[in-house]
Design a protein around this ligand. Structure first.
Ligand code: DX5
Ligand code: ZN
Length: 215
């Protein structure tokens, strides 16, 4: 069964505590937290103080997705805020290997995210060092966008790269995941589904999470 990571970007921030309680009661294993700086992506979301508060509301895994320039400047701060998984974009890192080692040295799992235009083969020399690859299936910056179908081909390429090397790396799909396309995503080789609008805009989010787990 896939790991489900509801993206709080689509939640009601005025009722954040209730939204956290809902995820706590659900079968979702991770909280997906999207940090945007208005520079790497054309949108600004939330940052450290909000994540510190969420940390006090759950013991589940905090999966923090940094869509920011110069993420290396904030690795320690996100560790202190309580991130369990910290993901940086390959397009934002000049020294990705150093940044990945830094994340792991602080006791977090390390992820690398790739934009839709970034080819999978660029991961060959870093794949053995990461715990997770976030394959963006929309252009980062906004929730509620349409899934880019070519992502399925990229999932297969990435899954083969991981298998060929005998590695254990999570493949997380982020953007436009719905009840309708989730099965094809899992069948292609992904094992973590991020879901924002599909979960939070549904009538019964807990049931939607359960449905995503059983496709
Ligand atoms: C997009 C974010 C996603 C987003 C997904 O930049 O990285 O995590 O919240 O939202 P949905 O599932 O609504 O496409
Ligand atoms: Zn994300």
């Amino acid at each position: 069964m896939p790991i489900i990571a509801p993206s709080l970007l689509a939640s009601n921030f005025l009722r954040l505590e209730d939204e956290c309680k809902m995820i706590n009661q659900s079968e979702a294993e991770w909280f997906h937290l999207d940090v945007m700086d208005g520079r790497f992506v054309p949108n600004i979301s939330f940052g450290l103080p909000v994540i510190e508060q969420i940390r006090t509301a759950t013991s589940k895994i905090l999966d923090v997705h940094l869509m920011i320039e110069e993420p290396e400047k904030y690795i320690e701060a996100f560790a202190k805020a309580g991130a369990n998984i910290l993901t940086v974009h390959i397009e934002a890192c000049r020294n990705l290997h150093r940044n990945i080692q830094h994340i792991k040295a602080l006791g977090m799992k390390a992820g690398v995210a790739v934009n839709p235009h970034t080819p999978i083969h660029l991961l060959v020399d870093i794949i053995a060092d990461v715990d997770l690859v976030n394959l963006m299936s929309v252009n980062p910056g906004f929730g509620g966008q349409k899934f880019i179908p070519y992502t399925l081909t990229k999932i297969t390429q990435l899954s083969n790269m991981i298998k060929d090397r005998g590695l254990n790396v999570d493949i997380e799909i982020d953007g436009g995941v719905t009840i309708d396309n989730a099965k094809s995503i899992i069948d292609s080789g992904a094992n973590v589904l991020v879901a924002g609008n599909t979960v939070f805009k549904s009538a019964y989010p807990i049931n939607t999470i359960a449905a995503l787990k059983r496709l």
